[in-house]
Design a protein around this ligand. Sequence first.
Ligand code: GLU
Length: 387
Amino acid sequence: MISEALARIEPSRTMAMTDRATELRAQGRDIISLSVGEPDFATPAHVIAAAKAALDAGDTKYTPVGGTMALREAAALHFARDLGIECTPQSVIVGSGGKQCIFHALAATLGKGDEVVVPAPWWVSYPQIVRYCGASVVPLVAHAKDNFRFTAGDFEALVTPATRWLLLNSPGNPTGAVYPEDMLLSLGDVLRRHPRVLVMSDDIYAPLNYTGAPHATLAKLCPDLADRILTVSGVSKSHAMTGFRIGVATGPAELIAAMLRLQSHTSGNPCSISQAAAVAAFTGPQDFLGEWREIFRQRRDSVVAAINAVPGLSTPVPDGAFYCFVDAAPLMERFGDDEGLAMHLLDHGVAVVAASAFGGRDGFRISFATGEDKLAEAMRRIAAALA
Ligand code: GLU
């Protein structure tokens, strides 16, 4: 019944595990979910107020497919202020989540025979979207000893005449890898030698960088390459607005027009109420972002210490985002594979996502975007389950 294209992909394993945890909780089980990357903070009051005001004002109808002008202007402000990328509102597209922007960009440009270089460990949906589009995934494997960062040379070694995209995500999901300026500048040098390659710079975790250095992004550092870079951002992770489903992207006019053409046939416009809320998020106060970052940093430190104290588990210190990518290779004999280990932890009341969902192996990802008490209890349960 299903299409050949769909048969090439599996359901999102982050979503599947989160749904499973919700289901088990509904059955009365006590499950702490560290499976999904979703800030536990309440959405800021001024954002909620803007959503309510939009409802009261009757903003309940279609908007332009690519988003209201108010939101495209607010997003252009965000790209300039927060990422250092100067762009016009016309070069911004608003999607129903960053995921939709990424899907549309890839679906609008890829076909059979194309190759996409995807750094691994990767976010679950990248390779699935590439495969759905009929293109091939070329894994660019990065290692824990390098804080999960690849070098420009590693990338260049994989470039062929069929390479169409490089998918970059910094700070990254699931490892927290952060690419500093010098590494991106070297990457820019390589990209200049390969003019056919486009770059997706997924900057959704930009505010969550614990290195103290300002966020570095390719379109800012290499403006001469801007006509080949799509930068994706949003409000889900930064402003605790995952349910609103608003993502934004800016890039070359031809690509944005192609994404718009596709979006006009998929979702049409993103939710009008959510768009009004996102305007408030981008244009309202931003000072709480620093406070949230500090809270995440403290959680990261406690979680890393707790994980590394469990015999058989180890994780490097992630420089950004809110994930730890945990190695559990010494325990694999006991559990068979990483899915077996994830199921064992679920039986002990903690939902995590197996490393293989992210192109890794012998471990799991945890999200530390959860309150301190729950995190501490989850760490106790993990230690007990593996004792
Ligand atoms: N990006 C988040 C995660 O990795 C949200 C879930 C998803 O879309 O995969 O957990």
